[in-house]
Write a protein that binds this ligand. Structure first.
Ligand code: KIV
Ligand code: ZN
Length: 512
């Protein structure tokens, strides 16, 4: 049995399936680069057959990523597999991940197939995929609720056809750690050719046990791949969280005794990038990456920490990328200092022109805000990356007036397909008035389903980071915007969401 644990990141595929978390090609590419810096073993870049956008994103990632394996999901049919293989062409290391459901409820009600038909299709799919790519992963969707004898037959056949990795998902988050661990163990004992494949766990978090189940799958079951996402991003209650699994492995190496190749110093930057790109805010008490994860406020704890860190700390904040919240740059800082800080934060902009643009924005911000923190730079750069030259809508300027007892009014200047337009509207408050002023011209007809404001760093001088979730014709998108003026941040977030609504084609859901 190998003593290495393969970390398979599916932020860009299963994580992205979360309503509102869909990402553009460039956003996905940027996160893939961060995942490569993190040294994850496998990056599941998307589901090539789900949309043209996803196909193009996988293609771009396959071209750019050199160290991690790049993977595409595909249903168990020739068309999906061909698209996955085409998107991955030219990748340094490519993997096709093909899946079919094996539980009675999925086979009968969703696929309307008999078990024998599912078995046959699984075999054919692995065989077909193997002709295009050497590295094949097979997943039995809803494996945990499948009938065990049948599941063993399907897995044995998939390995026989050449699948090198067998994934056993708990698709609906129904498992309990001990039971799931023993389930994997029994499968490995019962499948005659089980030693020819690496066994993988893929757990959803519906009962809050995705990480615990995955760890049990490794410890009790002998799995040697964990499928996970940054911040536990994913549909419903999310997926197994990468940072929690990796830090559990590191911190309790005495118990797990497995090697994990992840460079943990990039964990926090990855978490922030994913949160800022998708607008899914990280809860303050989230392990490892939450704002309070290493904050010891209780007096008795602070006293202990000052005497000896290990009285209350089992991990070091700085090891996963936390730095003291100190002023790192200001108004007088030059381009080189800015560029170096970007590098230290693990941010790689695509061209010198992008660095210049980001630097100009930094100077603008430094004129308005005396202390610039790492969080400000990350927000600024992520905003820079959010603005695409082909965007339908772009923010130009905003003026608003509000006074006690009067109805607030806002005027927003923006561009629509390159043309400057101005809209004025009243609203319940300055934010409401500004978004209505945008709608004077945009006329999107979208419904707002979420609006949230977060202070990027702790004080009132902080930038506000706004997330806006819009719904239109059954699609849900998130927009994010940051600015010291929260009304401006709101307008930017709203325009970002409108751009996503305007640009993304419909996609096929992997588990649909
Ligand atoms: O949860 C699941 O079963 C999946 C499969 C497509 C692997 O995401
Ligand atoms: Zn899943």
């Amino acid at each position: 049995m190998s003593d290495k644990l393969v970390i398979f990141d599916t932020t860009l595929r299963d994580g992205e399936q979360s309503p509102g978390a869909s990402m553009t090609r460039d956003e996905k590419l940027r996160i893939a680069r961060q995942l490569e810096r993190l040294k994850v073993d496998v990056i599941e870049a998307g589901f090539a057959a789900s949309s043209n956008g996803d196909f193009e994103a996988i293609k771009a990632i396959a071209k750019a990523i050199k160290d991690s394996t790049v993977c595409s999901l595909s249903r168990a049919n020739d068309r999906d597999i061909t698209l996955a293989a085409d998107a991955l062409e030219g990748a340094n290391r490519a993997r096709i991940h093909t899946f079919i459901a094996t539980s009675p409820v999925h086979m009968e009600k969703k696929l309307r197939m008999t078990p024998e038909q599912v078995l046959e299709q699984a075999k054919q799919a692995v065989r077909f995929a193997r002709n295009r790519v050497a590295d094949i992963e097979f997943s039995a969707e809803d494996a945990y609720r499948s009938e065990e004898d049948f599941l063993c037959r399907v897995i044995e056949a998939a390995i026989h056809e050449g699948a090198g990795t067998i994934n056993v998902p708990d698709t609906v988050g129904y498992a309990i750690p001990e039971l799931y661990g023993n389930f994997i163990k029994r499968l490995r004992e019962r499948v005659p050719n089980s030693d020819k494949a690496i066994w993988s766990v893929h757990c959803h978090n519906d009962l809050g046990m995705a990480v615990a189940n995955s760890l049990a799958g490794v410890k009790i079951g002998g799995a040697r791949q964990v499928e996970c996402t940054i911040n536990g991003l994913g549909e419903r209650a999310g997926n197994c969280s990468l940072e929690e699994v990796v830090m559990a492995m590191r911190t309790r190496r005495d118990y797990f005794d497995l090697d994990v190749g992840v460079d943990i110093s990039h964990i926090l930057a990855a978490s922030r990038m994913v949160s800022q790109t998708t607008g899914f805010v990280v809860q303050p008490n989230k392990a490892i990456v939450g704002a309070n994860a290493f904050a010891h406020t209780a007096g008795i704890h602070q006293d202990g920490i000052m005497k000896a860190r290990d009285t209350y700390e089992i991990m070091r904040a700085e090891d996963v990328g936390w730095t003291a919240n100190k002023m790192i740059l200001g108004k007088l800082s030059g381009r080189n200092a800015f560029k170096q800080r970007l590098q230290e934060l693990g941010v790689q902009l695509d061209s010198e022109a992008d660095v210049n643009l980001a630097f100009a924005k930094f100077k603008e911000l430094a004129d308005r805000k005396s202390e610039i923190f790492d969080e400000d730079i990350l927000a600024l750069v992520s905003e820079e990356n959010m603005i695409q030259s082909h965007d339908q809508f772009a923010f130009v300027s905003l003026a608003q007036h509000s006074e006690t007892g009067e109805l607030p009014q806002a005027t927003v200047v923006m561009t629509m397909a390159g043309q400057e337009v101005t809209g004025t509207a009243n609203g319940n408050g300055p934010v409401d008035a500004s978004l209505k002023a945008i709608e004077v011209n945009a006329k999107s007809g979208a419904e707002m389903v979420l609006y949230s404001v977060n202070a990027i760093s702790g004080s009132t001088e902080s930038q506000g980071e706004v997330t806006v979730r819009l719904q239109h014709s059954g699609r849900v998108v998130n927009g994010v915007g940051a600015d010291p003026d929260i009304v401006v941040a709101s307008a930017k977030a709203y325009l970002n969401a409108l751009n996503k609504l305007a640009s993304q084609a419909d996609r096929v859901a992997a588990q649909g």
